[in-house]
Ligand binder design. Structure first.
Ligand code: PLP
Length: 444
C-alpha cells in the first residue's frame, strides 16, 4: 500500500507506510491518502461476525498494512496493545445507539488513533535508530492521548501545543502533568494558531536541518486509519437489526468523519453520515452552499471541536473528487449552539438517565435532526469523551455531580508544568532549536 499527497504535486511520488507515518505531512504540505482505498472481500462481514473489537481491527489493518511494512505477528500485538480497552455500544432507545469511544486511558476517542500511531511509529523509529521529536497541536484531547501513547518511549520526545485558557481544567491537567519525554507548550492563541505553528514547523528549513520532526495530529495517516476500525465494528454489531445504519459524528478537524467515509468506501454498509458541529459550521456550510469558507474558530463548550479550518477537509474533497453533490449523497451537515447542547444534555439525562458530554451531545442532536422520529434506521451517535472531562459544563446542565472515573481522578492533584509561548512561530522555533532534546522547562 502506497500513500500520496492530497496536493498531488507533479514531482511528489507515492511513499510507503513508514515514510508517510514518519513524515506526517507530505513535503508539498498536503496530507497523505492511500493510493487506492481497498475493498473488503465479499465474505468479510460473515467472517468478522461476533468478533471482538481488536480482532476486527486486525482484519481491517491487514488491508492497509502489508507484511513488508510490519510482519503480521507484530501487527497483531500492536493492535492488542493499542486497543486494550472496551468499546461499548449502548442502546438508549429503540433504534438509537451510542457508540462510546472514551474508554481508553485518556477518556476520549483520540486514544484510538493516537495509541495505534504510537505503537506503529515506535516500531519504525526503533528501526531507524534516530531520535525524533513529535510535534502535536491539540484542541484538548489529542495531546494527552498522544503523550500517553509515547510516555517513556526511548528516543521519542513529544512536544504538545495547546491553546491557553481554551481547554477544560481536567484536560489541562492531563496535558501538562506528564513529565519525562513529554513537554507541554501553552500557546497564547487558539487551536487554529497552534495548528498553524505546527504546520509551519514542518516546512521550516532550519528546523529540518537540526531535528527530526514527526507529526501526531489527525493529519498523520497512522491516526486516521485506525479510526475507520470502529465504524466497521458497529456495522458488524448492528447488521442483525436489518435496518440501514446512520451515524452521527461530532466533528471538528474531521479526522473521525473522514475515517468513517473510508470505512464506507471499503464496503461498510453505512447509509448516511451526519457531520455534526458546534457553531464552527464550516463543513455543514460547505454542504449547504458548495463553498468552503474557513474562518477563525469560535469558543464553545464542545471545545475539542472548535476548529475553523478543518485539516481533513482536503481528504474529504479527494474522496469525492471535489464534487459537493457526490459528498452530499453520503454526508449531511448540521450545527448546534451551546444553548441547544446544554438543553439536550439535560433532556437526555432526564429521559434516559444517561449523561452525555458536550461533544457527543452535538452528535446526538444531529442524529435526532436526521431521524425525526423515523424508525427506518438504526441511528448511532458517537460519544467521544467521558462527561467527567467536561464536568464543569455537564454538572451545570444536569444539576448533579458527574462521577469521575478513577483513571481521571489521578490527574486532579498533579501539578501543571507548561512553557508559556506567544502566538508566534519564531517563539516555537527558538524553543525547538534551543531547548530541544531534554528538559529545560520553565515551571509555572
Ligand atoms: C477531537 C475531538 C472531536 C473532533 O474529532 P475530529 O476528528 O477532529 O473531527 C470530538 N470530540 C472530542 C471529545 C474530541 O476530542
Amino acid at each position: 500500500m502506497k500513500f500520496h499527497s492530497t496536493k498531488k504535486s507533479e514531482n511528489d511520488k507515492s511513499v510507503g507506510l513508514k515514510e508517510a507515518v514518519l513524515n506526517g505531512l507530505a513535503p508539498d504540505g498536503g496530507l497523505y491518502m492511500p493510493d487506492t482505498i481497498p475493498k473488503f472481500d465479499g465474505d468479510f462481514f460473515q467472517k468478522i461476525e461476533g468478533m471482538s473489537f481488536p480482532d476486527i481491527a486486525f482484519e481491517i489493518a491487514k488491508y492497509f498494512i502489508t507484511q513488508e511494512d510490519v510482519p503480521e505477528s507484530i501487527l497483531r500485538s500492536m493492535v492488542n496493545e493499542a486497543f486494550n480497552f472496551e468499546v461499548p455500544i449502548i442502546e438508549l432507545d429503540k433504534n438509537l445507539y451510542v457508540l462510546e469511544l472514551f474508554h481508553g486511558p485518556t477518556l476520549a476517542f483520540k486514544d484510538f488513533g493516537a495509541r495505534f500511531m504510537a505503537v506503529l511509529m515506535s516500531y519504525f523509529v526503533k528501526q531507524s535508530k534516530n531520535k525524533i521529536t513529535i510535534l502535536v497541536a491539540t484542541s484538548g484531547d489529542t495531546g494527552s492521548a498522544v503523550a500517553h501513547g509515547f510516555l517513556g518511549v526511548k528516543d521519542i520526545n513529544v512536544v504538545i501545543l495547546y491553546p491557553s485558557g481554551k481547554v477544560s481544567m481536567l484536560q489541562e491537567k492531563q496535558l501538562t502533568s506528564m513529565s519525562g519525554n513529554i513537554t507541554a507548550l501553552e500557546i497564547l492563541g487558539n487551536f487554529d494558531d497552534c495548528q498553524k505553528m505546527v504546520k509551519q514547523a514542518f516546512l521550516d528549513e532550519d528546523l529540518k536541518k537540526s531535528i527530526i520532526l514527526a507529526s501526531a495530529n489527525s493529519i498523520n495517516i497512522a491516526r486516521l486509519l485506525p479510526q475507520s476500525f470502529y465504524y466497521v465494528y458497529i456495522c458488524s454489531e448492528l447488521r442483525k437489526t436489518g435496518k440501514q445504519i446512520v451515524i452521527s459524528v461530532p466533528s471538528g478537524n474531521f479526522g473521525n468523519l473522514t475515517a468513517g467515509l473510508i470505512a464506507k468506501r471499503m464496503g461498510a454498509p453505512i447509509y448516511k453520515f451526519i457531520a455534526s458541529t458546534n457553531i464552527n459550521d464550516i463543513v455543514p456550510a460547505y454542504l449547504a452552499t458548495g463553498i468552503f469558507n474557513p474562518r477563525p474558530s469560535l469558543s464553545t463548550i464542545s471545545n475539542a471541536m472548535d476548529v475553523g479550518n478543518p485539516s481533513n477537509f482536503s481528504r474529504m474533497l479527494e474522496l469525492y473528487n471535489n464534487d459537493v453533490e457526490k459528498m452530499r449523497e453520503d454526508v449531511c451537515g448540521v450545527s448546534f449552539t451551546d444553548a441547544e447542547t446544554r438543553e439536550a444534555i439535560k433532556k437526555v439525562f432526564d429521559k434516559y438517565n444517561y449523561i452525555m458530554d458536550p461533544h457527543g451531545t452535538v452528535a446526538y442532536l444531529g442524529l435526532c435532526d436526521f431521524l425525526k422520529n423515523s424508525d427506518k434506521y438504526s441511528g448511532v451517535f458517537i460519544e467521544t469523551a467521558d462527561p467527567a472531562k467536561f464536568s464543569e459544563e455537564v454538572e451545570k446542565a444536569i444539576d448533579k455531580t458527574v462521577p469521575i472515573p478513577e483513571r481521571l481522578r489521578t490527574y486532579l492533584h498533579r501539578k501543571k508544568q507548561a512553557v508559556l509561548l506567544k502566538n508566534n512561530f519564531s517563539e516555537l522555533k527558538d524553543f525547538l532549536l534551543n531547548k530541544p532534546q531534554n528538559n529545560h522547562k520553565k515551571y509555572k
